[in-house]
Write a protein that binds this ligand. Structure first.
Ligand code: NAD
Ligand code: FES
Length: 282
């Protein structure tokens, strides 16, 4: 069993949990993820590692309540336990020679972006970051990103904070004046990552994205997380989740992500019927 050491509500539906998991914390590296289950027989949830502390033996994950299981997870509190916390999984990312990087995070995608920016900052690289969310209330890790970025641009879709518009507007503006970047790192909704990759392609700036397709086993056995990269089938759980954004078939990724939408809606509706989940709109 794994204890929830800290819970922080970052936004209405976005929660941060720091979980006691010394073996995972000891081995974790930026770019890796965990798969957790709230209880035996429950649904597996893959979550990118947002931070880790090897000395304290803790791993931080950030999740958005989107389906029944993440809503159930969001009901847990400090001191509660979850049954499984497997990891670290996936291939870590490394940037040993990078001097200057542009980092872009959209919505909950800022969570997996943060450890990469922190690593680059600690290595002495200059990092310019752009983070965005639908509204000011949904912006996460602003202070943390500010602390590890040389410059931080904020965007909101509704203009409640920073630039009124998408992160890709600021990206275009920066690249129109300055293209001297070793890499652009973009993590967020697939449509955002697709547009970032389309913007950086003509400039030939290497662009890393992190994919979060449907995952089941997380070990390359089930094929649930398959994505097409450079015309080849890859498994995001073992070959990724980070890939060259210029080679990813984002349209296929977006199609596959909606595959179980009706099952997810049925499961939520059933939980509502049983009174397990109270709709916030009631
Ligand atoms: P969101 O829809 O609120 O979008 C976040 C930001 O992305 C927006 O504020 C905007 O700046 C940008 N964006 C959105 N649509 C755009 C468009 N059409 N063109 C240009 N920019 C656009 O995001 P959300 O609701 O927080 O969802 C987060 C997404 O991140 C989910 O789809 C989730 O699956 C994904 N995610 C990915 C990872 C990963 O490791 N790849 C991890 C966590 C979450
Ligand atoms: Fe099963 Fe990747 S999650 S192969």
């Amino acid at each position: 069993m794994f204890k929830i050491l800290k819970r922080k509500d970052l936004a209405d539906t976005i929660k941060l949990f720091e979980i006691e998991a010394p073996l995972v914390a000891k081995k974790a590296k930026p770019g890796q993820f965990v798969i957790l289950r709230i209880k035996e027989g429950g649904e597996r949830i893959p979550l990118t590692i947002a931070d880790y502390d090897g000395e304290k033996g803790s791993v931080t994950v950030i999740f958005q309540e989107v389906g029944k299981t993440t809503k159930d997870l969001g009901k847990l509190n400090e001191g509660d336990f979850i049954s499984d916390f497997i990891g670290p999984l996936g291939t870590p990312v490394e940037f040993p020679h990078h001097k200057r990087v542009l980092a872009i995070g959209g919505g909950v995608g800022v969570a997996p972006l943060y450890p990469k920016v922190k690593m680059l900052h600690n290595q002495g690289a200059e990092v310019i970051s752009i983070i965005g969310a639908k509204t000011a209330d949904m912006l996460i890790l602003e202070e943390e990103m500010k602390a590890v970025s040389d410059q931080l641009f904020i965007c909101t879709d509704d203009g409640t904070k920073g630039h009124h518009g998408f992160v890709t507007d600021v990206l275009k503006d920066i690249l129109s004046k300055d293209t001297e970047f070793d890499e652009v790192i973009a993590i967020g909704p697939p449509i955002m990552m697709k547009i970032v990759a389309n913007i950086t392609r003509p400039y030939k700036i290497p662009t890393m994205v992190s994919l979060n397709p449907i995952m089941i086993d997380g070990t390359g056995m089930c094929g649930g997380c398959r994505v097409t990269v450079g015309g080849e089938t890859k498994f995001a759980c073992v070959d990724g989740p980070a890939f060259d954004g210029h080679l990813v078939d984002f349209d296929e990724l977006m199609r596959r992500q909606t595959m179980y939408k009706s099952e997810e809606q049925k499961s939520l509706a059933l939980a509502e019927e049983r009174g397990e989940h109270k709709c916030r709109l009631d």
